[in-house]
Design a protein around this ligand. Structure first.
Ligand code: AMP
Ligand code: MG
Length: 404
């Protein structure tokens, strides 16, 4: 049996970051930046006021107070987006609004709250230090400074910086297009009535949702009947337009395991047993140029395999420097058993209190138990060789909460 780590490495080896594309700023959201962006101009790009008030020379206000206001003539009025029409003469003031350029000759701004608000002349009741309420050119970002390094996932905060620095387009790794292919004669569309012996195709919706959560763009191809010819046609079509194909079902030892039988014939997909529970039967390789990962059919097995093998691969295709989920240290809150020769990914809920994080295994760990999967917050990773995890033992968890 192959170890989980070896199979994860084999999955990661299927892909490299997708070639960068230039996209409009908002389309970069959630993508990984493929260029180092430098500032084309400083931020702020000119000295400006942080308050509505009056631009002054600080020296003119020496001794100003409530009881001894200093009155200055107002010689100009500058709104944001407009330029002062003249320099500040000594002994005068210029009315100025937040974001407007500081007039030449002024070295401070007095907020309107400390004045009588006059438009011809203004009485000021507060002395000002030089530089007060002046936002200095380049104090945030200097021209030519690196703004954002390559490899960062763009969030709204980076969008703001890029926009401020004058970038309407940036170069990013595109999101991978992922074909999600479910297989099985038993599958019915969710919402449709179930005939005897049929089940809803939960895997393809689960996996499409997981692809979105991992930053990919899913495309549903299926469900495909357990028919080799039909499957071959779908695989061919998807390979031509996908950066990655994932399938579920049809890879174990059953008589109608079509995924395995079709892909075994092409020779570029290897099927292996991975020492894990759930999720032992796995396959990966290529269909044409497109990488494919074949996941087991049991829903919990499919989910765990996606988490452990496919999510890191999608993140690699996206160019993410970190492909793994965050791990959390926890204490076991309830004794449970684990298979001797496999890594177990136990579905657990977590409680956080003064003692730290306690992980409580969901009752049944069967690979068809979707209720427990839906309730779980994390997967407890129990390595091979451990057959029993006692209450109070340390556990390492894969945190399933959304992240980036
Ligand atoms: P298989 O590997 O195709 O034999 O499937 C193993 C188990 O997973 C069977 O109980 C299937 O009915 C179930 N299964 C397969 N595909 C899906 C799916 N798309 N949604 C829900 N259950 C599935
Ligand atoms: Mg099947």
């Amino acid at each position: 049996m192959r170890s989980v780590d070896d199979h994860r490495d084999a999955a990661l080896a299927l892909g490299t970051p997708l070639a960068p594309v230039r996209v409009p700023l908002l389309d970069a959201l959630g993508c990984v930046l493929a260029e180092e962006v430098t500032a084309a101009w400083p931020l702020p790009s000119f000295d400006n006021t942080s308050m509505d008030g009056y631009a002054v020379r600080a020296a003119d206000l020496a001794g100003a107070s409530e009881s001894t206001p200093v009155t200055l003539p107002v010689i100009d009025d500058v709104a944001a987006g407009h330029l002062p029409s003249r320099a500040l003469a000594p002994g005068s003031a210029i009315r100025i609004m937040t974001g407007a350029r500081i007039p030449e000759g002024a070295d401070a701004v007095v907020p309107v709250e400390w004045t009588d608000g006059g438009t011809e002349a203004v009485a000021i009741t507060l002395a000002a230090d030089p530089g007060a309420h002046v936002r200095i050119r380049g104090e945030d970002v200097r021209e030519g400074d690196p703004l954002i390094p390559a490899g960062i996932v763009v969030t709204s905060r980076q969008v703001a910086l890029l926009a401020a620095a004058g970038r309407g387009e940036v170069s990013v790794h595109p999101r991978p297009r992922v074909a999600v292919l479910s297989t099985g004669d038993e599958l019915v569309e969710p919402g449709q009535p179930l005939a005897e012996g049929r089940i809803a195709d939960s895997n393809s919706f689960m996996l499409m949702a997981a692809v979105i959560e991992a930053g990919g763009i899913p495309h549903r191809a299926g469900p495909v009947r357990d028919d080799e010819q039909a499957l071959r046609a779908v695989l061919e079509a998807e390979a031509a337009r996908s950066d990655l194909i994932i399938s579920t079902g049809g890879v174990s030892m059953g008589a109608y395991d079509t995924v395995k039988s079709v892909l075994s014939q092409t020779g570029s997909v290897e099927f292996v047993k991975v020492a894990m529970q759930p999720g032992m039967p796995q396959g990966l390789g290529h269909v044409g140029e497109a990488p494919i990962v074949t996941l087991p059919g049991n829903p919990v097995s499919a989910y765990v395999s996606f988490e452990v093998f496919v999510r890191p691969l999608i993140r690699r295709l996206r160019g993410c420097p970190r492909v793994e989920r965050a791990r959390i240290d926890a204490i076991c809150g309830h004794t449970f058993n684990s298979p001797a020769d496999k890594t177990q990914f136990a579905r657990v809920t977590i409680q956080v209190d003064g003692n730290g994080v306690t992980a409580i295994p969901e009752g049944s760990q069967g690979s068809h138990i979707l209720g427990g999967l839906a309730r779980a917050h994390a997967l407890a990773v129990v390595p091979p060789g451990v057959t029993r995890v006692e209450q109070g033992d340390p556990l390492v968890l894969i945190d399933l909460s959304p992240d980036d």
